[in-house]
Design a protein around this ligand. Structure first.
Ligand SMILES: Nc1ncnc2c1ncn2[C@@H]1O[C@H](COP(=O)(O)OP(=O)(O)OP(=O)(O)O)[C@@H](O)[C@H]1O
Length: 258
């Protein structure tokens, strides 16, 4: 067993007091003492009601936000140290796919140019058309999309392209924040199957417990910035220990399309 990500007693708040304001003794934390571990090659599901801190937690784990207290380690090394000494390598290994495929792409750039961007920015090189076409194969798209612009593609195609772009740097870990919630039901399953088949370590934020049941080995349930339940997905779903989780499961059963 090898742990890829470990977080210990993470705390975070968006509130930043100005120098002349008195610092509250203890701020109200948006992420409030979260500890977790993600084993390499597995999928962790992050669920919880709206505003419980799921997206904030993911942004902390992938280094887009810095914790107020606590520690995050990636491959055994603190993210602070990664970002100070090897920020590019850290970014290369940790990639994200966001909820809204349309806003993930610059409307003024062709898809070809957009897909070249991470390699230009992180690896300082310009990938060839042939190389980019190879990335498209992995997500089941043909080269005809390369000369199009985002508005000329469907949400499902754009989300596949967002996955292709995230994979272009050969990440170790993919964070996917509600990657299918902006998509039609008919294409949700396709994007999920794609994520499942990648064989990568995946942290998946979703409100859809049916999806977690299908593709995540372990899960955490968040409420008000805290983890209220964690464990093997099958155990948590079969024997929820809190009313909160039970209600999330009931709500999911009522709306599940799987
Ligand atoms: N940039 C920000 N500045 C200030 N507060 C924020 C910011 N982003 C999120 N918040 C607040 O932090 C809390 C957690 O938000 P977060 O987006 O992490 O929750 P979430 O569980 O992902 O919610 P959802 O399921 O609705 O996306 C919320 O109270 C939210 O209003």
């Amino acid at each position: 067993m090898s742990l890829l990500v470990e977080a210990e007693s993470l705390h975070f708040t968006y509130a930043q007091s100005l120098p002349w304001q008195k610092q509250a003794a203890e701020p109200s934390w948006i992420i409030d003492g979260v500890s977790l571990a993600v084993e390499a090659g597995t999928t962790l599901g992050v669920v919880g009601e709206s505003g419980s801190g799921k997206s904030t937690l993911v942004r902390l784990l992938c280094g887009l936000l810095a914790p107020g207290k606590g520690e995050i380690r990636f491959g055994g090394r603190g993210t602070g140290e990664w970002l100070e000494r090897d920020a590019r390598e850290f970014r290369r290994r940790n990639q994200m796919v966001f909820q809204s495929p349309a806003s993930s792409f610059d409307p003024r750039m062709s898809i070809f140019r957009s897909l070249q961007e991470p390699a230009r920015a992180i690896e300082r090189r310009v990938p060839s058309r042939q190389e980019v076409t190879g990335w498209l194969e992995r997500v089941g798209l043909g080269p005809e999309v390369l000369d199009r612009y985002p508005h000329q593609l469907s949400g499902g195609q754009l989300q596949r392209l967002a996955v292709a772009r995230a994979l272009s740097l050969g990440p170790k870990l993919l964070y996917a924040d509600e990657p299918t919630s902006a998509l039609d039901v008919s294409v949700q399953a396709k994007v999920l199957n794609l994520l499942m088949d990648l064989g990568l370590t995946l942290v998946l934020v979703t409100h859809d417990l049916a999806v977690v049941g299908r593709i995540c080995e372990t899960m955490i349930v968040m409420k008000s910035g805290k983890i209220v339940e964690t464990g093997a997905t099958a155990d948590v779903l079969a024997n929820p220990r809190t009313d909160y989780t039970r209600k999330l499961i009931e709500a999911a059963d009522a709306t599940s399309l799987f």
